[in-house]
Structures are given as structure tokens and as C-alpha cells.
Design a protein around this ligand. Structure first.
Ligand code: XMP
Length: 515
């Protein structure tokens, strides 16, 4: 583990990752560790400052989360946010109580005493509050330097010890000057350097990976999506052909997808991708199956089988020691609490269900990053823009976009319609304004008339959603003219489709995919 400028101790707030993210926006490298991180592990990283995050617990509860108190012996500045503030006050002898009125939402921060923390910030700025407990008595040596209507101790400091604490959340976008407070703390108070950028992240990460993977091979499943492609490229730059990047074509990809993935790896990235055409196997197993969950299960299990068979070929003397995954920070907080105490939302595994012999040590170089940061990393590594800006695509592919049984003819129909649809969406500029856009083959036939002839053909449904993370979504309000040209083109160009409908269901109650 290398040095880090600012270390964030995570007490379980859903906003913790935003703290590191805001600092990185200012070129300051910050990383997050759980609040119970071993003191030696903190010390070895030589942070210039520590931030204690917010969290859902109450400091006066019996098992309240507490860090190793030796962090105070490091003599570096500390900033506590929300629960972090309450912990600091409690530790230094102040008093925290449950507030009569919880304070959620916007408040105005009135600066009472000028401090470096507020340099260049306007007075009365909106800050975002979200707390049920509050400080009622300050610890000795601390003074209140800013207040809000409901919190006389909205911000406190001990200038000599260089300890600061805020009741609000400077890391969220609703806090107008929040980024500046964090910048002032990290840069002006802690002296953190501001020269971090994606280029040196890429360089450092390659060096770190090279050190960590001193020997042995690394297996990596590549889907063609941004995350796994970036991981594979980073690893290839670090360890060369000790990386085994495997791309499985399950025959459920979109038009031209396999070719473009192979081309990107060969031409843009120079990574020798192991590309396997297993489409016949997958399609054979899916034959006659129409239940959505059974389809997903078959695809998942067949994927593991193909992946395992390929891995065996490269594991001659047990050389494979690691499995690389493109887990991102949002996956980490959504998953079984791997790093910190955030509440479990759902368990998430990119390559779940692997057999015992393949339970290698995990390598997850993107686990501190957000999607847009991964995209800029991909840019640094030479990935083409079209790949970087692609919409998410589900593992089971088009199989969950064909209602009922999957066969080659329907796949062809769906691919053709989807291609036309995406062309129109790109042309209109809407592709980059939405989270996801795709066609679904309904396998519902209806009567139509084309020329003088009666038709009895299939229906395509268009699904376009806006979302921040895919956990919830709303259907996109596409202009009627665009819908019209999409419908005209699909019906005119795809033989076998005579009706196009638009899905106006949000999530919840719908899901984004149809199966
Ligand atoms: P739903 O349909 O659950 O989808 O609203 C939410 C997001 O997840 C994607 N999705 C998947 N991604 N494997 C994946 O890698 C899957 O099995 C899978 N199912 C859904 C979906 O495309 C959307 O972005």
C-alpha cells in the first residue's frame, strides 16, 4: 500500500464515497478505509489528514463505532463529519444528545469566526443537514465557528490541535460551498498535494498491481463493457501475458458486438484477448426454455462452465492465483459490507457461482472509483469513446430481451431492430442523454397492412430510461417526431416487424429489463 494524501474512515454513511470523490475532483488523492482499520495500516500510509465520515449510529449507544484512538497521536489534522463530529466531541469530553427535532435538508451556514476552513467561501451558504443527534456541550478547547438555525454547533474547531468538525454533509452536491470546505481542509490545513489526476492514477495503479502480483497468473472475464475492459487493460500493462483475459460470446450479443470488442482489444489496447465463440452451446441449452429465471440460470451456469474450461487450459501448474473484477465503488456499498459498515442493500457479484478451485484471490483495481472516473481512466488507457460511453448491457444479453423462448431467427430480428433504433438515437443525440435504450422482442403478433397486403407479424417494444444508477428509473420523454422516425425505420427496414410500441413504465414498479 502506498501513501495517500487524505484517509477517510468510514462509519457507514451512504455519502462516504462522495468525500473521496470530491477531493479527487480537486486533484487530492483520498482513499476510504473502514473505521476499524488497524492503526498500523493507517500509519504506514502516512496520510496528511484524516476525515471521519458520517454514519447511522449514535455515539451514546453501547456498541457505538469507534476508531483506534492512536489516530490522535499522529499529530495530523482531523475533520469529523456528522457522526464523525459527534464521535470527536464525545471523545474529547463534550456531550451529544438526541435532538428534539431532527434536522434533515437544507440549512444556511452562518460563519461566526473566520477560519481557514471557510477561506474563499461565502457566508450564509446552503449546507445539507441529516442528523438526529447533536452536540449540546463542546469539548474543552473547542469553539463553535459557524451555526445554522437549528444547530448552534454546525461547525466547531480546535485550532491548536487542528481538529475540525461539521454537523452537515459538505460532500453532497446540495452543500453549495461543501467542496471548498473539503478542499480547504485537505489542501490548506493538511497540506495535501493537488497534483493527482487520472494519468498518475493509471501509472500508480500499474506499479501497485505489478508489485502485488509478483508472480502467478490473473484470470479476468471480459464482457466488452467499460469496467472489465479497463481492468483487463490496466492488468495487461502491469503484468503482460500473465493476464488471461477471456471473452465469452454466448450468442446473445448485439449486432457487431463481438467484432467491435475484439477490434478494440487488438487495435486500440494491444491486449491479446482470448475470445471464445460458445454461441452454439448456449443457444442449444436455451432451446425450448421460456421461463425468465430458468433462462438466466442456464446462461449463468453455462458461462461458468465455459469460463472454467478455458481457465483450466492456462492453469497448468496451478499458476492462476488471482481473479480480476471490475467492481466499482457503488457495487461495493451495495454489496455485503465488504469494506465498511454501510447497510447491506443487495449482494452483488460480477462472476458469482465459481467452482471451489477457482476461488482465487480477488483483484479489484476500480473499487475506489465511480463510473465516470472509470471512463476517464479508460480514456487515459486509450479506449475509444464509443466503448467508453456505451450503455450498460446485462450479462444474459438479448436472451432477457426476447420474451419467451430464444432462437436464432428471433435474435436476428431483435438485432436488426436494435441496430436501427440505436442509429436513430445516436443521430438525434439522445443516446448520451439517457441511461439505457434498447429494443425488446415481444413475441406478440398483430395484424397490419403494408402496401395492399395484410401482414401478421411481430411487435418490437422500445425501452428508454433515465436513471442515475439503475436502481430506480423513469421512462424517457422522447420527442414524438423521434419516436415516429424510429417506428417508421424499424417497420420499413426489418422484415418480420409490423408494429412498434413504447414502454412508459418507470422503475419501480417495472424493472428496466423485461425479464
Ligand atoms: P433491472 O432490470 O433489474 O436492471 O431494473 C437494472 C440494471 O441492471 C442491468 N441488469 C443486469 N446486469 N447482469 C448484469 O450484468 C444481469 O443479469 C442483469 N440484469 C439486469 C440492467 O440492464 C439495468 O442496467
Amino acid at each position: 500500500m502506498g501513501n495517500v494524501e487524505i484517509l477517510v474512515l468510514d462509519f457507514g454513511s451512504q455519502f462516504t464515497q462522495l468525500i473521496a470523490r470530491r477531493l479527487r475532483e480537486f486533484g487530492i488523492y483520498a482513499e476510504i478505509v473502514p473505521y476499524f482499520e488497524k492503526f498500523e495500516a493507517i500509519q504506514i500510509r502516512r496520510p496528511k489528514g484524516i476525515i471521519l465520515s458520517g454514519g447511522p449510529a449514535s455515539i451514546y449507544e453501547k456498541d457505538a463505532y469507534k476508531p483506534d484512538v492512536r489516530i490522535f497521536e499522529l499529530g495530523i489534522p482531523i475533520l469529523g463529519i456528522c457522526y464523525g463530529m459527534q464521535y470527536l466531541m464525545d471523545y474529547f469530553g463534550g456531550k451529544v444528545e438526541r435532538a428534539n427535532a431532527h434536522e434533515y435538508g437544507k440549512a444556511n451556514l452562518e460563519i461566526k469566526t473566520q477560519s481557514i476552513l471557510f477561506e474563499g467561501c461565502k457566508n450564509g451558504a446552503v449546507v445539507w443537514m441529516s442528523h438526529g443527534d447533536r452536540v449540546v456541550k463542546l469539548a474543552e478547547g473547542f469553539s463553535g465557528i459557524a451555526e445554522s438555525k437549528n444547530s448552534i454547533y454546525a461547525c466547531v474547531s480546535h485550532e491548536k490541535l487542528r481538529i475540525y468538525a461539521v454537523q452537515f454533509h459538505p460532500e453532497v452536491a446540495h452543500s453549495q460551498e461543501g467542496g471548498k470546505y473539503l478542499f480547504n481542509f485537505a489542501s490548506k490545513i493538511c497540506g495535501a498535494s493537488t497534483d493527482w489526476n487520472m494519468k498518475n492514477f493509471a501509472q500508480n495503479e500499474i506499479i501497485k498491481l505489478r508489485e502485488k502480483i509478483a508472480n502467478g497468473k490473473v484470470l479476468c472475464a471480459v464482457s466488452g463493457g467499460v469496467d472489465s475492459s479497463v481492468v483487463a487493460t490496466l492488468l495487461y500493462r502491469a503484468i503482460g501475458d500473465r493476464l488471461i483475459p477471456v471473452f465469452v460470446d454466448h450468442g446473445l450479443l448485439r449486432s457487431g458486438e463481438r467484432e467491435s470488442v475484439e477490434m478494440m482489444f487488438a487495435k486500440n489496447l494491444g491486449v491479446p484477448l482470448i475470445s471464445i465463440d460458445a454461441s452454439e452451446l448456449f443457444l442449444g441449452r436455451l432451446s425450448g426454455i421460456s421461463d425468465p429465471e430458468t433462462k438466466r440460470k442456464i446462461i449463468g451456469e453455462t458461462f461458468i462452465e465455459v469460463f472454467e474450461k478455458e481457465a483450466k487450459k492456462y492453469n497448468i501448474n496451478g499458476e492462476i492465483k488471482y481473479l480480476a473484477q471490475g467492481t466499482l465503488y457503488p457495487d461495493v456499498i451495495e454489496s455485503v459490507s465488504v469494506k465498511g459498515p454501510s447497510k447491506t442493500i443487495k449482494s452483488h457479484h460480477n462472476v458469482g457461482g465459481l467452482p471451489e478451485w477457482m476461488k482465487f484471490e480477488l483483484i479489484e483495481p476500480l473499487r475506489e472509483l465511480f463510473k465516470d472516473e472509470v471512463r476517464s481512466l479508460g480514456r487515459e488507457l486509450g479506449m475509444p469513446e464509443v466503448m467508453l460511453m456505451r450503455h450498460p448491457f446485462p450479462g444474459p444479453g438479448l436472451a432477457i430481451r426476447i420474451m419467451g423462448e430464444v432462437n436464432k431467427a428471433d435474435l436476428k430480428l431483435l438485432r436488426q431492430a436494435d441496430k436501427v433504433f440505436l442509429e436513430e438515437l445516436h443521430k438525434s443525440g439522445f443516446y448520451h442523454k439517457v441511461w439505457q435504450a434498447f429494443c425488446v422482442l415481444l413475441n406478440v403478433k398483430s395484424v397490419g397492412v403494408m402496401g395492399d397486403n395484410r401482414t401478421y407479424d411481430n411487435t418490437i417494444c422500445i425501452r428508454v430510461v433515465e436513471a442515475v444508477d439503475g436502481m430506480s428509473a423513469t421512462f424517457a420523454h422522447l420527442p414524438h417526431e423521434l419516436l415516429e422516425s424510429i417506428s417508421n425505420r424499424i417497420i420499413n427496414e426489418v422484415v418480420g416487424i409490423n408494429r412498434v410500441v413504447y414502454d412508459i413504465t418507470s422503475k419501480p414498479p417495472g424493472t428496466i429489463e423485461w425479464e
